[in-house]
Design a protein around this ligand. Structure first.
Ligand SMILES: NC(=O)C1=CN([C@@H]2O[C@H](COP(=O)(O)OP(=O)(O)OC[C@H]3O[C@@H](n4cnc5c(N)ncnc54)[C@H](OP(=O)(O)O)[C@@H]3O)[C@@H](O)[C@H]2O)C=CC1
Ligand SMILES: CC(C)(CO)C(=O)C(=O)O
Length: 343
């Protein structure tokens, strides 16, 4: 890796900014970051990063900061790294947005996002491109525009999503290159996996259950553990349903995984999952990829998933509320006649 790889990174929030920092400080990559709401703040003052891995860094900027996706005739990127929230129920999709920059059969697409089946829209649209999976175990949030508070160390598991048109070895080799590039700074723990589905399902035991329960109740993970019988009546049953769905798909998760995930962070860290942050910021939530997809996988194979079903439909209603708040959907005014003539 002599010449720096050109990386386009879309979504500089909690996860994306630390990913950009790791890639830049590693010395093997030059990052062009596509920003949206924090663009003008970053252009003037840079990011203020408070990181448990990197320390306190005021005024930090990646190599380039832009506010639109560049076209492939402007710059030819080796990698497009996506670290946005994943909300396929809100168009346009990210697979459509990155089209101007993708060179068929060349650009490597890297999804550092939670959830299941997230690669499908990319493999459908770019069948000849390698798509990498990044399962991130970080705790990092944008607490004010361009202020990143990173309190739980960055651990990233990289592998290639299975692409039926490409050899597994080709994807694995590119995944190894990405691990080397991401780990260059020595300040992060980034490892390769040849078993992407296992790691995605294992992380879902946490994300499909704790993220929605915290988002719906407004409680952090420590308070969920303190609150009466919430773990035994809600959290553990939901986790058991995810483990059963994984088994139906052919993935055997380690026994005791539910307890490991419940206790994965110290209780008094009072960790706030990303979905809780989103609801409190009025952002849309990732309910389809975190809850909807594992639910559909399980239900279609005959697994009984009553807890996850209720969580899913509650989140769906919350998403509708969030869309109304953001002006994404129109709601008839009070007393207004509806199209069918009723009020
Ligand atoms: N935060 C965490 O600790 C963890 C998060 N994850 C996962 O990582 C992924 C990223 O999460 P997180 O970092 O928390 O997300 P954030 O909400 O902190 O950041 C997402 C960023 O993407 C930007 N964005 C969204 N759409 C676009 C677009 N079209 N163009 C440019 N920028 C865009 C947002 O901008 P804007 O401000 O304009 O909306 C925001 O800056 C998610 O899948 C999450 O589940 C995984 C592990 C831990
Ligand atoms: C589990 C956790 C908290 C960090 O890895 C996460 O994935 C999230 O906040 O969505």
């Amino acid at each position: 890796m002599s010449k720096k790889a050109q990386v386009l990174l879309v979504g500089c929030g909690g996860v994306g900014t630390i990913a950009a920092l790791n890639l830049e400080t590693g010395g093997h990559a030059a990052v062009t970051a596509v920003l949206r709401s924090n663009y003008s703040r970053v252009i003037s003052d840079g990011f203020h990063i408070k990181s448990c891995d990197h320390g306190d860094i005021p005024n930090w900027k990646p190599s380039q900061v832009v506010n639109t996706i560049p076209t492939q005739s402007e710059v030819c990127f080796d990698y497009v790294v996506i670290t946005t929230k994943n909300t396929p129920d809100h168009l346009p999709t990210m697979a459509d947005l990155i089209e101007p920059t993708i060179v068929p059969g060349k650009t490597v697409i890297v999804l550092i996002q939670n959830g299941l089946n997230i690669e499908r829209p990319f493999l459908e649209k770019y069948p000849d491109n390698i798509c990498l999976s990044g399962v991130s175990l970080i705790g990092s949030h944008e607490t004010a525009p361009a202020v990143i508070e990173h309190e739980d160390p960055d651990r990233l598991i990289i592998g290639a999503f299975q692409n039926p048109l490409l050899q597994k070895e080709t994807g694995d080799a590119i995944a190894h290159q990405f691990v080397k590039m991401y780990s260059g700074s020595g300040k992060t723990d980034c490892i390769f996996t040849s078993d992407v589905p296992f790691h995605r399902w294992q992380k879902l035991v946490y994300n499909a259950c704790l993220n929605p329960i915290c988002a719906i109740t407004g409680l952090d993970t420590g308070r969920i553990r303190l609150a009466e019988d919430t773990v035994s009546t809600l959290l553990r049953p939901a986790m058991q349903e995810v483990v059963a769905a994984a088994k139906a798909v052919g993935i055997i998760l380690p026994s005791g995984i539910e307890d490991r995930m419940i206790n994965i962070d110290p209780l008094t860290m009072y960790l706030r999952p990303s979905m809780l942050e989103d609801v409190q910021k009025g952002n849309l939530v990732e309910f389809e990829t975190l809850v909807g997809e594992p639910l559909r996988e399980g239900i279609s194979r005959g697994v009984s998933m009553p807890t996850l079903t209720v969580l899913y439909h509650t989140l769906k209603a919350m998403q509708w509320r969030l869309k109304e708040q953001r002006g994404i959907i129109d709601v008839p005014a009070k007393g207004e006649y509806l199209k069918d003539g009723s009020k």
